[in-house]
Design a protein around this ligand. Structure first.
Ligand SMILES: [Zn+2]
Length: 332
């Protein structure tokens, strides 16, 4: 039985496995420029963030109907449950779909067909976080927020993703203010490829409650001290960092130093179909390669629930934490 955990940094579009991509392509009569799943799997061996993003957006063409989004989310939830996930806060990228003529309602309602039943069907509680693409304009982000207003009973918060460098958080000040006024929680990718200043700016200007990635905070001791003092969680994605060259090799990942510094770190999978592993695979990788003790692994699992947006249901959070505390490690 895997260690119980929450997953807080997971892009649902990044869970599209080659087999499902071909199934949906056939269903929707979309032609993919790959001969078969093996051929497509070879394309998953990209070099950096941009080459990953190119494939990520190309494959989204197969997602057209509510049923497609439902099938995508169900496939993730089934895998997540098998990896010990009890609670998942799931990102989606509406602008990438709206730009292809797929309306917000199709995306949200389709995902909800899976998420709304997830506790019964998979034993996983869920929340949905809508991300803005930071390489699109601030106006486009604001239009996206307005398009989401009829669906806010389905959406707990907003995030910021895609190509980081050259797109500082302050560009999205107004849309984050509008999101806060609507009662939405706020997170943002910061300090993955971008500098530590982007983390500070996301905290101060966007009012974020959690930093996605954030590993480059380690270059700024004053920032580390602040993140520790304010108990700001970081959602780290170790296998993603290796695949996208944020670190050269996993053995050089700063996670142990970050935990030693007292940072509230969590471990997540980011885009698991593309980055070589789901969340438990990330846990195993850091345990094996970075030599983290079982008590450190338990701390990571505890942190995932402490950092989750379960404030409306503290009883549930306490139940999940009790499961982590009672967990017995058996040789892995
Ligand atoms: Zn991400």
């Amino acid at each position: 039985m895997p260690l119980p955990k929450a997953e807080l940094h997971l892009h649902v579009e990044g869970t599209l496995e080659p087999e499902l991509a071909f199934e949906l392509a056939a269903r929707n009569a979309v032609e993919l420029p790959y001969a078969d799943t093996d051929d497509l799997r070879k394309a998953y061996a990209f070099e950096d963030l941009q080459s990953f993003l190119n494939l990520y957006y190309e494959l989204m063409a197969v997602l057209r109907t509510e049923r497609d989004f439902e099938d995508l989310a169900n496939a993730y939830l089934e895998r997540a449950a098998a990896q010990g996930v009890r609670h998942a806060e799931i990102f989606f990228d509406p602008q990438a779909h709206i730009a292809r003529g797929v309306p917000m309602g199709t995306v949200v309602e389709g995902l909800w067909r899976a998420l709304g039943r997830s506790e019964d069907s998979h034993g996983v509680s869920t929340q949905l976080i809508m991300c803005f693409l930071r390489d699109e304009s601030a106006d486009s982000a604001m239009e996206t927020l307005r398009a989401a207003e009829p669906y806010l009973d389905r959406i707990v918060g907003v995030g910021l993703d895609s190509a980081e460098v050259g797109h500082p958080p302050a560009k999205f000040r107004e849309v984050y203010e509008a999101a806060a006024a609507l009662g939405l929680r706020r997170v943002a990718h910061a300090g993955e490829e971008g500098p530590p200043e982007y983390i500070t700016e996301a905290l101060d200007v966007l009012g974020i409650e959690r930093v996605d990635h954030g590993l480059r905070c380690m270059e700024d001791p004053a920032l580390v001290e602040r993140l520790v003092r304010e108990r700001v969680p970081l959602t780290l994605c170790p296998l993603s960092n290796v695949r996208l060259r944020a670190v050269d090799v996993l053995a050089e990942h700063p996670l142990p130093a970050m935990l030693d510094a007292g940072l509230l770190c969590t471990v997540n999978s980011d885009d698991p179909a593309y980055f070589g592993g789901y969340v438990a695979d990330n846990f195993h990788a850091v345990h094996d390669t970075l030599g983290l003790s079982t008590e450190r692994m338990r701390e990571l699992a505890r942190n995932s629930f402490l950092a989750s947006f379960l404030d409306h249901d503290e009883e549930r959070r306490a139940r999940y934490l009790a499961e982590v505390d009672a967990y017995e490690f058996t040789g892995n």
